[in-house]
Design a protein. Structure first.
Length: 550
């Protein structure tokens, strides 16, 4: 299944072996770092909307992602790595807090299903009492920075501009997008154009273009609207500067490089345009990969490979439905997994690439098949870095139950026994659409609901702005009275007939999952949605940050 372009499998193995031996030798030489007891630097590289099928080392043999592939060949590649949501805002919140975002209302409800923050002036975000990876690492004396996309809230009140922004969540500096890239940033719109989008409630494209297309440095707007061409390179240059500046400092650094790519709109620097075999989407993937390479090279040049943990992932699966005005597909590809973005219970929406590299410390060129979650990243990074657990580092968080667990044992190549009995809940907005249970040799997945797919496909139509729904009459198939059950170890792509509801296996497993759900619902009360509010939808100019020097 996992093919590698331009090299035979034997060549590939030899190559991995050479790289690994080299890094072990370097690791031994570099053990001075350890004697100083300085915890390792940490770099998170997060792509936006990138499908697991868009990456060379996950089986794509026509797209070129040599730098992500290199990261995998020098580290641990996870094949069963799961996002906690199939939309940006909730998935990113889960990554940073190690908790289901439904616990703090950062998911839509069925009454007004707006799946993400859609206005820079929206008052929602990660609540101030939640603790992020950055807050934890800042408490451990790291210098912390985010470069790129935030999309996790800025404002909470009129006098509290920026009070939910990255600087309030543990990041010492911020350069990038308070929101996200949106298709509208690329096109000129007259004020009265109606959104082309029918599936999601959306703001006026004019407002989108004029209000949300801002670039910030810390609390200040430094560019509006954003100049798209070369934007990826500008973000990468900023991160390179940060790494270089902090390479030899006493404190370790934490960099969260959150790519704008490969979300729409599809733009690239001139040297990347038309290079890929997959149109403008492919060009975007390859430009993002070039950015990964540039950041990895910086670490190598500064001799930081052996004291820097690097984690790469995508926030969720590719957007299957989206096309440009000419009907060309401009969304990602999720391999053989069914479904995509905004399908929280479908594998294609949440199965993402996930790679950890820490040369000389973690195994090299290794693949792990155990189910893991992006919510595991926070506890795992603390553990790898030899830091105290979150509740010790940040005592005010001691009542916050984490949904992620420390998977460093799995990364170290240990047995996956720690995952025995683990349950993953798969939310689509605030609803639970699927449940996954790890037990013995099985990874069971139970589907309770699923978006209505276009016949013969695993997507909800196609067109500009088209996306699935998590709720709504006629938009979702309710399976809860007779859930579909699969064993992903036997049927990874859910291609075969689901396990028969008449079988003993079905009865036992479904009963166990239903009991788990009942207990969960009794114990964990979800607060009201922060996204399903008029304040999220209506632009409120008095919250709009403006550029004073543009
Ligand atoms: C590789 O990715 C491109 C772009 O998403 C996609 O069109 C193509 O089908 C993928 N190829 C394979 C073998 O997965
Ligand atoms: C951070 O630095 C302070 C002061 O230098 C020190 O007391 C504290 O133990 C450090 N924290 C960690 C987790 O290393």
């Amino acid at each position: 299944m996992h093919r590698f372009s331009s090299r035979t499998r034997e060549d590939k193995l030899l190559w991995v072996l050479m790289v690994c031996v080299a890094s072990l030798i370097k690791g031994a030489v570099g053990s001075e770092d350890l004697q100083l007891h300085k915890p390792p630097n940490i770099v998170i590289l997060l792509a936006d909307d990138l499908g697991i099928g868009d990456v060379g080392c996950y089986g794509n043999d026509t797209i070129r992602t040599p730098h992500i592939d290199r990261l995998a060949s020098e580290g641990v590649r996870l094949t069963h790595h799961l996002a906690a949501a199939a939309m940006c805002t909730p998935s990113r919140a889960a990554l940073l807090t190690a908790r289901y975002p439904a616990r703090y209302g950062l998911v839509a409800d069925p009454i007004l299903p707006v799946p993400v923050l859609i206005q820079i002036t929206s008052p929602g975000g990660i609540p101030g009492d939640e603790v992020t990876i950055a807050t934890a690492l800042a408490a451990a004396n790291y210098t912390t920075a985010i470069v790129g996309k935030w999309h996790l809230g800025m404002n909470c009140s009129l006098w509290g501009r920026g009070c939910l922004g990255p600087l309030r969540h543990g990041f010492h500096s911020f350069f990038g997008l308070p929101m996200s890239l949106f298709q509208e940033y690329a096109d000129p719109y007259p004020f009265w154009t109606l959104p082309a989008d029918t599936a999601v409630i959306q703001v006026s494209p004019w407002i989108q273009n004029h209000a949300n297309s801002v670039l910030m440095r810390d609390g200040e707007v430094v560019e509006a609207p954003i100049k798209l061409e070369g934007f990826s390179q500008r973000l990468v240059a900023e991160s390179r500067r940060f790494i270089t500046e902090h390479a030899n400092s006493e404190r370790p650094f934490f960099l969260f490089h959150s790519f704008g790519h490969v979300h729409t709109p599809m733009f690239t620097a001139p040297h990347m345009a038309g290079r890929s075999k997959h149109g403008r989407y492919g060009d975007n993937v390859e430009e993002m990969d070039e950015g990964v390479g540039s950041l990895l090279d910086t670490l190598t040049q500064l001799g930081l490979e052996n004291n820097t943990v690097v984690y790469f992932a995508s926030d969720h699966g590719g957007h299957l439905e989206v096309t440009d005005d000419d009907g060309q597909r401009i969304g990602g590809h999720n391999g053989r997994f069914k479904g995509g973005k905004r399908q929280g219970g479908s594998e294609g929406g949440i199965r993402v690439p996930g790679i950890f590299r820490w040369s000389g410390h973690l195994p090299c060129g290794v693949t792990q098949h155990s189910p893991t979650s992006m919510m595991d990243v926070l506890p795992t990074l603390l553990s790898l870095a030899g830091l105290p657990p979150l509740h010790t580092l940040v005592p005010r968080a001691s009542h916050k139950e984490l949904d992620g667990t420390d998977i460093s044992e799995i990364l170290q190549g240990g047995a996956a026994e720690s995952q025995e009995g683990r349950v993953f809940l798969h939310h689509c907005d605030s609803a639970i659409h699927a449940v996954r249970l790890v037990t013995g040799d099985h990874v069971y997945k139970m589907h309770l609901a699923r978006p209505k797919w276009f016949p013969g496909s695993t997507q909800c139509g196609w067109g500009r702005g088209v996306i699935c729904s998590c709720s709504g009459y006629g938009l979702v198939t309710d399976l809860s009275s007779r859930p579909e059950l699969y064993d992903l170890n036997k049927d990874p792509y859910e291609d075969k007939q689901p396990i028969s509801p008449e079988s003993e296996e079905y009865k036992v497993v479904v009963k166990q999952m239903r009991e788990y759900l009942e207990q969960w619902k009794a114990r964990v009360k979800y607060p009201p949605s922060q996204l399903s509010t008029l304040a999220n939808i209506i632009w409120r100019p008095w919250y709009q940050p403006v550029c004073h020097n543009c």
